[in-house]
Design a protein around this ligand. Sequence first.
Ligand code: ZN
Length: 389
Amino acid sequence: MEIDAGFDGGSIVVLDEERAASAGGRSPDAARASGEIDLSLRPDNAADFRQWFCFKSSGDPGERRAFRIVDAGASEYPDGWEDYRACASYDGEDWFRVPTRFEDGALRFRFTPSRRSVTFAAYARYSIARHRRLLGRAARSPHARVDVIGETAQGRPLSMISFGREGPSTLHVWMIARQHPGETMASWCAEGVVLRLLDRDDPAISALLEDAVVHVVPWVNIDGGVLGNHRTNAAGRDLNRSWDDPDPIAAPEIFALRQAIRDQGVDLFLDIHGDEALPYVFAAGCEGNPGFSPRIATLESDFTSRLLAADPSFQRDKGYDPDAPGEADLSCAANFIGERYDCLALTLEMPFKDDANHPDRRRGWSPGRSDTLGRALLDATLLTLPELR
Ligand code: ZN
């Protein structure tokens, strides 16, 4: 069997027998007898975050593939492996879960494929080719504009797709995704947002774009995604901890985004993420911002209740502990934008695992459900527009 992680988004280290035995606390003989390939998580290219993995395994169809990530328990979010199942796909489109166990600090999963090659990943891979196809589709549409608003640390174009026409009272809606490169569900969700906005036969979209311009940045941390990082960009920065004072060299993605938002204005801001540990879809608000007001509290409550009505996978019972008043971290995107522009700003989180309220045995929380949630964000946006100013 061969293992290959040499493609965009690929990341894993295959351990030799000696290293596997010392890392996993078992003898080379015991490791061989288990029939498992011993693997190790590779850190981000310029920071010590470990969580994401993605690799292709090739061999004879019908041959059992068994893997053991010996150091999963030492990753950034070890809670992410409890009740977790690894993702697999033959074609990069249909992703399903495989039997997985987390014990003694090691993540073990196995699968007997019916075809030669199968890709395993922490979550469904979203490739740079797919990203370019989405941008191309938007660029060819008469209903969208694609602008390059800046460059990443490694010089890749940072693209924004905008919908709707500017008028004297136009509202500005921003949706950005995947500041954290391993959270690929954010890219699948942003794709749902973009594809629905491209559909002018959809009456809700026509109504939305009569009063608003919607700007979507579907993949903020492109370098990190291509490099197979989990958390940081090519310069080792956590972009969602860089908003209060973005370094133009080390975090140019956020420097450019802040400028674009300032130029266009903002009335509603959504930042799309995935959470490693919690098996729920939830939002985090700006309750800890110094400028948090009853008006913003009402907007948060109204938007999230409308999102819940539009897509019941969203819920409001489980999520992060609220920030104490005045204690918000203003280096995070939603807090920073909410505070500076006194607008509705939310962080949206989807699970790596499954939606515990509506479990899907075969797929877990899937790219398809991420896409559907993205579409529902636009229903909640439309209904909230009249209250934004
Ligand atoms: Zn995140």
